[in-house]
Each structure stands twice: as C-alpha cells, then as structure tokens.
Design a binder for this molecule. Structure first.
Ligand SMILES: Cc1ncc(C[n+]2csc(CCOP(=O)(O)OP(=O)(O)O)c2C)c(N)n1
Ligand SMILES: [Mg+2]
Length: 565
C-alpha cells in the first residue's frame, strides 16, 4: 500500500537523508509500516536510529549536519516529543544547522471516519491548540501536511529552507489519518528542489571592501563560523597571505583558520579586557559572526572602518543587534572572500610585507603565551589537560566543545589546524555535546571524535542515552568531563554583576555538586564505556592512552572524568 508515509520516506531518500533519528509513538503506525514495507521490498530507506530521548536525537542530527553539511531527519511524537526536543531546537536554530523534524499529530477524527482515527485515550490528551507553535520561534519553515497527495513536495520544500542561507531546522507535522492515507505516486525531479544558490557580493561591494583592506595599516578579519565551509577557510588563508590581513576568532563554533598560520592573531571569548589586535585595527571585516566583540569591554578603535559579510547579516532571530558596520552584505563567505582577493591588487608590496612581518611576530607571541599557560603546575589545570588531549589525538581528530567557562581553554589550547576539526553548538542550551559527538561519529566513521564538556554539561547531555546509542550503533568516541565540582558559570555571572553583594562572599550559592555522580561509571553502565578518573597531572597521559586504546582496539567509548582545579 502506497501511503503519505511511503511518500515521505521516498522524499527523504531523494533528499539525501541517510539517518532517521526516531522516537516513535501512537502517531506513527503509517511510517512504521512504510519502513517495514521498504525493507521487505528492498527499497532504499534511511537507516533508523532508535533514540531513547529526543534532545539527544536532535543533537545527533545537529552534529551530523555540522560534519557533513546535510540535514538528517528527526522523528518525534506529537506535542510531547516536540517539547522534549527542548533546547536542541534552540541550538540548531542559533547555530544555523539544517535538521528536518517530523512530528505526528493526534488523529483528527474520533468515529472511525478514516484509518488512523482515535482509538486510545491519550489521543484526546495530546491534541493541543498549536503544536507547531512550540517551535515556531526557532525554525526556518514549519507546516502541516494537510492532504497526503503532496507530502513529497512539502518534505522537499522544507529541505530547501533547511539548506538555504541562513540554514537551520525545519518542522513538519501531520495527523495520523494523513500519514495513513493512500496516495498516488508523485515523481520528483530533485534538481527542482535545490537550496537557493549561495549569494555573492556586488561589484561595488567588492571594490569598497578590497580597496579598504589593501589600503589599511592594520586590516583584520573577525569570524566565528566561516569554517562551516572548508572552502571559506582556504579562501581566508589566501586572502590573509595575499594582503597581510590578520584574523581573530570570536567565540568560534567552528575551526575557521589554522592557528599555526602566521596570520592567526588569537581567539577571544568573554574576557573582560580589550583585544589588542581588535583595538589596533583600522579596517575590520567581520565575516560570519554573531558576536564579533562585546562592546562594553572590547571593541574596534574609534574611527575604524567596519564591513560585515554574513550568511545572515540582519541576524533575523536576534531582536537587538548592531556593530557599527557601514556596509552589510549578505553573501556566502567562500565566494565573497574569493571575490575580494581577486579584486585586490597586490598593492604596495612593501606595506604588505611589513604587515605580514607584524602578524607573524604577534602570532609567535600568541603561541608562546598558550604554551606557557599549558605547562604542568602543581594542580591539574584544564589548560594542561587540553594540551595533553591535543597531543594524544592529533590534527585530524574532530573535537566537540561544550566546555562553558573553559570554552576559551579548548579554543586556545586545541590549536586546530584543519577545517572541520572543531565544533560547538552555536547556541546556548547546554546538552549538545554527547549527542553531537555520536552524530559526528556516524557522519565520519573513520575519524576519532572527542567531546569535551563541563560536568554540568555532561549531565545536561543525557549521558545514559548517549552512551547506550554509541554502543548500539558502534559509534565510539572519547568523552572528557572537565569536572570542577558543579556550575562555575553562574558564579562568574554573580561576580561580574554583583561583585560587592552577599552572594559574592557567601560560601554556598547552590551551584556546587557536593556529592557528584561517578560520571564515567554512568557511561560504563549505559553503554559499556571504558571509565577513567584523573585527579592529578601524573594521571593524565596514562589515562588518555588507555582510553584511546579502548576506542581503537575494543571499539567502545571512553569517558575521562577529569578533576580540574
Ligand atoms: C539548558 C540550559 N540550562 C541552564 C543553562 C544556564 N547555565 C549556563 S552555564 C551553566 C553551568 C554549566 O556547568 P558546567 O558545564 O559544569 O560548566 P562550568 O560553568 O562549570 O564551566 C548553566 C546551568 C543553560 N545555558 N542551558
Ligand atoms: Mg562545571
């Protein structure tokens, strides 16, 4: 029987969806039947990953899309499963990561009018006034499949939104009777459903930006997520070399520029101090960044010329946003940087040579600073630990970071050199790390995947689900918990806003985990992960060695619970 559900499955295959991260319910018999039928008839069908919790399913699709650039599907149960996606929808939206969410809806009839009509009490309870409204503020597109006949077109349209700039999550819902309805087969020409072609700069924009960069004393690029496109990383390297332009990263959620390249001028985060390179620059080109600086503490020097190129220059989902740019351009970073580079005459070669020299000196100083901070001290520091991880995993390993107050430690000390080897969520809803690492490992089965997170973030990420999945689907990874005894971030917030208050001096402000769980043992119980606990400098290297051996030789995940000062 060919139903709307069969059509949806077929559309997923046509759209290149390899995985369906599924949490099934009473709304899904049509889809479950269509999957069984596809298998029985040996027709292509996305691989189903049975996801015990929705937040992890969505985070896995998030990680997969970051590593491979393609939206996967997440199937959830009515309003309840939609709500259980929780902050993972925020993360995909803020990170502009394509994910297709499909949800069933309670049956729309109650007297057996159509196959799928209500037959369980829960279907009255789960019928809510505005199911799609639960995610409306976050998705690029949401719709209900109202008749089965055009279900395929709706899936393809949703995918078009998901992959067109600014990309992001999309949501489609359908009542049970619609998913059950028999429909005629529709033939789709996938060429007609491609994402909108990437945008380019106009000739005038190219001229203004390349002219300003070439003529500047201290030209600087600031970026956070240009590295979503490996081609853009290459272009930025070429631009930096050709014109002697420096690059800083601001709260990067991708690897954007090789840290070992002389043009690299470091990375900034929430530091409450002026960034020197930013304060010096007379021309600043912001490319793909949500928070290029925090103006109250750190900003370009007065009179600096600011240009902005972004997949989403208006920051459509941010009510308050401005950076003082005199030219805002919506364009694909790789394309725009190539245009600028090709238009920029080599210019004054002596000047460019001088700029390159200055940059190389500043980069060497940055490297020295990082090296200094990562030397072993008495106590086990996050800096030392991250440096040891870097040395143990090599340049090709893929790092997932949700390290919160140690975010900048990971950005700095991982010193990534290759595009696509560092990801963080791009959002602010903690719990992305474990699911994302699992999804990335599915996307890149040959890569070593390493997630580094806070102890709070480890629990947010639902490690029991994550490690059950990692074993069930043979996607082992290294999970490192920066265990600092609880939530340090809220304390830092209190100290920054109320430095003289009572809370700042109080011995207890309810953010510590005085009897912490055995983090590694959670993963061992749930998914047979190899557990390690490290408390001192001497513990680190042997534990890393054993953990990586377990992943390599025994094909199981490893969790290192690292007690850092
Ligand atoms: C879903 C969600 N809930 C709450 C918060 C608020 N929050 C921000 S940081 C933080 C603590 C994180 O703890 P941990 O991962 O251990 O990092 P640390 O602050 O110790 O570096 C919390 C609760 C959040 N960002 N997301
Ligand atoms: Mg912590």
């Amino acid at each position: 029987m060919y139903t709307a559900s069969s059509a949806i499955l077929e559309a997923l295959v046509e759209a290149g969806v390899e995985y369906l991260f599924a949490n099934f319910g009473s709304d899904h018999p049509g889809l479950i039947e269509a999957i069984a039928e596809a298998r029985a008839e040996n027709r292509p069908c996305p691989k189903v990953i049975t996801a015990p919790t929705e937040m992890v399913a969505m985070s896995a699709a998030h990680g997969f899309a970051q590593a491979r650039g393609r939206a996967q599907a997440v199937l959830v149960h009515v309003d309840c499963g939609t709500q259980a996606l929780g902050g993972a929808v925020h993360n995909a939206a803020k990170g502009r990561v394509p994910v297709l969410i499909i949800a069933g809806m309670s049956p729309a009839t109650q007297e057996g009018e159509a196959r799928g009509s209500r037959n369980e009490f829960i279907q009255w309870i789960q019928d809510v006034p505005d199911q799609r409204g639960l995610v409306r503020g976050y998705v690029r597109y949401e719709n209900e499949i109202r008749v089965g006949a055009n279900a395929k077109q709706i899936v393809h349209r949703a995918m078009q939104f998901a992959h067109s700039a600014p990309s992001g999550p999309v949501y489609i819902a359908a009542p049970r009777e619609v998913l059950e309805s028999e429909v005629p087969r529709v033939t789709i020409d996938s060429n007609q459903w491609q994402p909108v072609a990437p945008g380019a700069l106009s000739a005038d924009q190219v001229r203004r930006i390349s002219g300003a960069l070439a003529g500047a004393e201290h030209p600087l690029v600031v970026t956070s997520y240009l590295g979503r496109s490996p081609a853009a990383v290459q272009e930025l390297v070429a631009l930096s070399e050709q014109l002697g332009v420096g690059v800083i990263e601001s709260v990067p959620n991708h690897m954007n520029f090789p840290t070992t390249h002389p043009g690299y001028q470091g990375v900034q985060w929430n530091e409450r101090k002026q960034n020197e390179a930013l304060g010096r620059a007379d021309v600043v080109l912001v490319v793909d960044s949500d928070v290029p600086w925090i103006g109250a503490v750190n900003r370009p020097r007065p009179g600096a010329q600011i240009f902005h190129i972004d997949a989403d220059p208006l920051k459509q989902q941010m009510p308050l946003w401005y950076i003082g740019a005199t030219l805002q351009c919506q364009a694909d970073a790789a394309h725009a940087l190539r245009q600028i580079r090709e238009a920029a005459a080599t210019g004054d070669t002596r000047k460019v040579e001088q700029r390159r020299k200055n940059l190389a000196m500043a980069n060497a100083e940055w490297q020295r600073g990082v090296t200094g901070r990562e030397q072993p001290r008495g106590e086990l520091t996050a800096e030392y630990l991250v440096a040891c991880i870097r040395e143990a995993i090599g340049e090709d390993a893929i790092v997932v970071s949700e390290a919160v107050t140690n975010f900048h430690v990971v950005s700095q000390h991982m010193r990534r050199t290759k595009a696509g080897t560092l990801f963080s969520s791009g959002g602010g809803s903690l719990g992305y790390n474990g699911g994302a690492a699992f999804g990335i490992k599915l996307a890149r089965p040959d890569a070593l995947v390493v997630a580094i997170c806070g102890d709070g973030s480890y629990l947010f990420s639902q490690p029991s689900t994550v490690h059950w999945l990692a074993r069930a689907y043979q996607a082992p990874f290294l999970h490192v918990v920066l265990n600092n005894g609880g939530w340090r971030a809220p304390r830092q917030a209190v100290l920054s806003v109320r430095p003289d208050g009572l809370a700042a001096k109080a011995p207890k402000i309810d953010i510590d985990f005085p009897q912490p769980p055995d983090y590694a043992a959670i993963a061992a119980a749930a998914g047979g992960a190899h557990p390690e606990t490290v408390r001192s400098v001497a513990d680190v290297k042997p534990a890393l060695e054993r953990a990586l051996k377990a992943i390599r030789d025994e094909r199981r995940s490893a969790v290192i619970d690292a007690h850092v000062s």
